[in-house]
Design a protein around this ligand. Structure first.
Ligand code: GAR
Length: 211
């Protein structure tokens, strides 16, 4: 059976959606860089091994990355899922796991990389926003895009209401992509995400909707 590891930093709702999706694989560990991450408790409640590696205890980013990589390697995972993991990972770490390292980001990349993506979307005045699952490469939020989900930006939205609408789609999108990977349908090939037997998307989201 394939094995996967999930990295979190906080609440862990994406992690929960992955653990609750009945993926064709075993979650070997949930690892947090913050010992107080609420998600560690909900992972343990689901019977998953949890590990906290406090990044504040390391002299350098490289030292933290090396400790994290060693902890992941002990589990020999086929797939590593960043799920609200809010530390920037160095090039050596990313290269070590390249091709089996995925991230979910709360915007339609390449728009709005970094943090405060919902506030960025509102400030830009876009009418469509969403989330992206991508392979992680050394370029921050810049790796090959695998899948995206779009939501409308509604009149009266603030960052919190928009974030909630996007988050609901994150919880649908990430488990779908993880399943493709664990089923052997998804790979990183020549710098592009390749999905076998890709289901065609149909229809379009018009915002405002047509009268
Ligand atoms: C999610 O919205 C995720 O997309 C985002 O953090 C949130 C974590 O929530 N990730 C990033 O911004 C990564 N750059 P969660 O802990 O409830 O899954």
């Amino acid at each position: 059976m394939k094995r996967y590891v999930i990295l979190i930093s906080g609440r862990g709702s994406n992690m929960e959606s992955l653990l609750d999706a009945g993926l064709p694989g075993e979650c070997a560990a949930v690892i947090s860089n913050r010992p107080d991450a609420a998600g560690l408790e909900s992972a343990a409640a689901r019977g998953v091994a949890t590990v906290a590696i406090d990044h504040r205890g390391f002299a350098s980013r490289e030292d933290f990355d090396a400790a994290l990589a060693a902890e992941i390697d002990r589990r020999a995972p086929d797939l590593v899922l960043l799920a609200g993991f809010m530390r920037i990972l160095g090039d050596d770490f990313v290269r070590r796991f390249e091709g089996r390292l995925l991230n979910i980001h709360p915007s339609l990349l390449p728009l709005f990389p970094g943090v405060k993506t919902h506030a960025q979307a509102l400030a830009a005045g876009v009418r469509v926003h969403g989330c992206t699952v991508h392979f992680v490469t050394p370029a921050l939020d810049g790796g090959p895009i695998i899948a995206q989900a779009a939501v409308p930006v509604q009149a009266g939205d603030d960052a919190a209401t928009l974030a909630a609408r996007v988050l609901a789609e994150e919880h649908r999108l990430y488990p779908r992509v993880a399943r493709w990977f664990l089923d052997g349908r998804l790979q990183l090939l020549d710098g592009r995400a390749c999905l076998l037997h890709e289901p065609a998307a149909t229809g379009a989201l018009h915002v405002p909707a047509a009268d």
